[in-house]
Design a protein around this ligand. Structure first.
Ligand SMILES: C[S@@+](CC[C@H](N)C(=O)[O-])C[C@H]1O[C@@H](n2cnc3c(N)ncnc32)[C@H](O)[C@@H]1O
Length: 270
């Protein structure tokens, strides 16, 4: 399917833009990966795969907990960031360029399969869910985090999508991974017993302008939307929509505190 390979190639380009690590640090979001690792009780001797691992949000704390970890991502630039962070943390992780829709592992390879805000961005969710379940060993655990459609990042990604070229019809919306009912359907028949928990991650930016700059400078897809809208004259509209969104969360001292809701999905394999 030619169009599918084009979507993947575009994803590689988009996710290499900006400065993903700087955004993660500004949001303190690496703590969510560490929390997921603690929640699943990951420890020595376990085989862990972090799917769509980016700069290693879940993979690095899993390795720090003593597990044997492989991080897989479509975007080589992300793996470079991950390598640097792992080195800084003093842990060994195997980093592999690969696709969440075609994971480079045999059946039942992993004791734990993780993905924080990662596999939600692969295009065909049913294919991804089948792959996550396929590589999970009997008795293994799945741990995923995804932004919810109802949360502030639901609004945020809907705004940005209006300024990017439309996806082909076969591409599922990323936020569908933040919807319990949809996720249950995706894993139907896989034998995984699923649990769900919604939580809020508070993200503080110094001001509305700083929040707009953080995402437009650092986050690949938004950085791309800025370039496209600067070329077609719609940049002031995008900037104003993002500023309006963030202004809803302005505190008395001018900071922005985003109550970013996300869904944690855990799955126990039979
Ligand atoms: C928002 S980032 C999340 C990264 C990381 N898991 C985290 O928590 O920071 C989304 C990641 O998904 C990756 N990605 C997108 N499509 C993918 C696919 N089909 N297979 C593997 N990775 C993919 C991107 O390269 C990017 O690193």
């Amino acid at each position: 399917m030619q169009q599918l390979s084009e979507v993947k190639s575009a994803a590689r380009t988009v996710w290499a833009r900006g400065d993903y690590d700087a955004m993660m640090r500004a949001e303190n979001l690496y703590e969510v990966g560490a929390q997921l690792v603690r929640r699943l009780g990951i420890g020595a001797g376990q085989n862990v795969v972090d799917v769509a691992c980016g700069s290693g949000n879940a993979a690095i704390p899993a390795a720090q907990a003593g597990a044997r970890v492989t991080g897989v991502d479509l975007t080589p630039h992300m793996l470079d960031l991950a390598r640097g962070r792992a080195q800084e943390a003093g842990v060994d992780v195997e980093w592999i360029e690969g696709d969440a829709e075609e994971l480079p592992f045999s059946d039942a390879h992993a004791d734990i399969v993780l993905s924080t805000f990662g596999c939600m961005f692969a295009p065909r969710h049913d294919v991804v869910a089948d792959e996550l379940a396929r590589i999970l060993a009997p008795g293994g655990q799945l741990g995923l985090c995804a932004w919810t459609p109802e949360g502030v990042f639901g609004d945020f990604f809907r705004i940005v999508a209006n300024y990017l070229p439309p996806d082909p019809e076969f591409v599922d919306p990323p936020l569908a991974w933040g919807d319990e009912k949809n996720v249950r359907e995706l894993f139907e028949g896989t034998g995984l017993a699923l649990s769900f928990e919604r939580a809020i991650w508070e993200i503080t930016h110094p001001s509305v302008d700083a929040a707009v700059s953080c995402y437009t400078d650092y986050l690949g897809p938004v950085n791309m939307a800025r370039e496209l809208t600067q070329a077609d004259g719609r940049w002031p509209d995008l900037q104003a929509e993002l500023a309006d969104l963030f202004a809803r969360y302005k505190t008395a001292d001018g900071q922005v505190v985003l109550p970013a809701e996300y869904l944690t999905i855990t799955g126990q394999n039979r």
